[in-house]
Design a protein around this ligand. Sequence first.
Ligand SMILES: Cc1cc2nc3c(=O)[nH]c(=O)nc-3n(C[C@H](O)[C@H](O)[C@H](O)COP(=O)(O)OP(=O)(O)OC[C@H]3O[C@@H](n4cnc5c(N)ncnc54)[C@H](O)[C@@H]3O)c2cc1C
Length: 674
Amino acid sequence: MLNNYAETELREGTLFSKKYNDYYSSKKDALSESTYVFLEKNNLIQRWLNLPENKDLFTIGEVGFGGGINFLNCCKKWLELDLKNKRLAYFATEKMPLKLDDMKILHGFYESLNAASNELLDTYPKLTEGFNLIELFNGKVQLCLIFDDAEIGFSQLIQSKQNSNTSYFESFDCWFLDGFSPNLNPSAWSSNLLKQVARLSSKHTTLSSFSAASKLQKTLAENGFNVSICKGFGGKRSMITASYKDNHNISPYVNPLGWHVEKYTPTRFKKKQNITIIGGGITGCLTAVALKKRGFNITILDQHGDVAIEASGNNRAVLYPRLSAHSSSLADLNMIALQFASNYYKKFWEEECGQQCGVLVLPKSNTEEKIFHNISLRYGRNENFFELLYNKTLKKIAGLNLSAECGLFFPTLGWLSIPKICKNLIREFDIPIISSKADGLRFIASENSWEILNERKKIVNTAHKLVIANSHAAKVFNETSFLSIKKLRGQISQFESNSFSKNLKCVVCAEGYITPSFENSHVCGATYNHNNDFTYTRQVDHESNLKKIFKIDSLFHEFSKNLKPEDINGRVGFRGTTRDYLPFTGAVPDFTKMKNDFDYLRDDAKKVTQQTGSYLPNLYVNCGMGSRGLTYAPLCAEILASEISNQIPPIPKRIRLDIHPARFIIRDIKKKRI
Ligand SMILES: Cc1cc2nc3c(=O)[nH]c(=O)nc-3n(C[C@H](O)[C@H](O)[C@H](O)COP(=O)(O)OP(=O)(O)OC[C@H]3O[C@@H](n4cnc5c(N)ncnc54)[C@H](O)[C@@H]3O)c2cc1C
């Protein structure tokens, strides 16, 4: 839990931090100060207007998000310019975030920021330590808000052998140093932090700060910045502007055992290329959209010639939460993914692709009840994200006389029709679909492109880059046949609602789940049938689904009281699940080469070397969403699209490695499994 959210009070018409004994924003005209110190001194408007055609992203880093005034000011100006096919990425750290109510009070002083403020307040994340990713203004702005110490936060973005000379990823374009004053808050200005800032910078990067402290000038210079002093805002004597020196010799961040390190490719402002996505499920569609937003020419190739036909054909999929009382790969990915997804799908709920009715998770046992309490302690009070409810409130929320003592309620989640989402997106982003079953891939080195072959070895499509997003069927390609991904059958059951069952107001989950009545029916599910390829629905699976909801609470018997077997419909789908239940998202490794290069780990799993991984050119994979495609697909699409565009993925590197397609090669060599 983030215990250290900001303690504030109102003083002299603005918000005052008790801890830092300082104001959140200038008492006099904070907006003009923000414009002067950060926008004007980094020449942002001119730079935005002159963005090269093939640079679609402008990245700002801010130390000290505070009340978000600089962010809102940037958003306002950025949106006013209405630049076509350009996006603003804003990474900000804040060790002591403001509570939502305090943020509202502060924003209330700046009427001209109202429109931008409303959108931020609407999506403002839970106050939980770590990364929070939010898309705003219809995807025109992406905010990665890191509630952590700035040095820790930014260091998690450094991906590989990264400095301005060797980076695979585009650097930050601009930095705002806006922490509380260096005397009061030294960690926001430390040499170690500025080293991370430098590692994420290149010769195009500029920086500004209201401070002109001589120590800051010195540390910036030591870390490769050309520093200038200019007149400060209003009555202030001076402030700092700086630009990063080309080829400054800062030690790159080197990962020992860099199996995930990409080969250096000169990337800046590359021409946008054709990308084909194999697979038109939710993973393929959302990846297509994330790449299209970045200016690539996208085609989807699916064996059905349409989208959302297989696992993604589910018309009532639930956006499930999966929290944990402790940090783990699965829990941390789920937390970021869930928050990102719940914002991402807002527009689809508005378009009536489902119901944002809330999801109530009930404990399956006494032990789980305790875990729920620990989860609640870990995350603290975050009513806008979830709340631990007790029996009386829980009954009211569910609309039913449930007997559970407690439950976790997520008001911003619900269910969605995946086919509606996919179809709406394909239409909106005008993405063509080719109908063909891919059976093989061939890289043509002379053309630097890939050919997709059908079962008769005929070329059905050619593209500069490919994304394999065909779930468990990724194994059909030689290039990805090594991936540990399994086909896992599942069945959902749908039956008519009755006057009693219509009282259910939200999705209720435990081992199984049930959705509230919609168009006179409920859906419950789902089965997990290993080693089973039956494509038709089975009565035994309907019974199993009903049993699961009866186990949640005996009153669910009333839901299916007079049902005959023939009254229950459903559908079957096949999930693609991985060994650790985490997706595979990233560049496709060259399995044979990596197996040879890292063979030494077989004898000494802890041996540290500078060996880097090997990856197939321009080939990527995004699959293995398991039973959480709705939750994972938006974030994984964003991560992959960032990677393909050489943009820094907006997640901690640890999570990127947790979902990396090469992770099992290394683990399996160490365990002598391969
Ligand atoms: C019964 C059931 C219930 C579920 N309920 C939920 C839920 O409530 N919430 C949730 O989040 N998740 C749920 N899931 C999981 C979710 O449906 C999946 O995680 C998600 O749909 C996976 O999407 P995908 O795009 O990766 O795969 P898919 O939707 O399977 O898409 C893969 C696509 O690739 C195409 N393809 C395959 N091979 C080839 C080829 N060789 N050439 C061309 N095209 C090819 C297929 O035609 C298909 O369109 C459920 C799954 C099942 C089975």
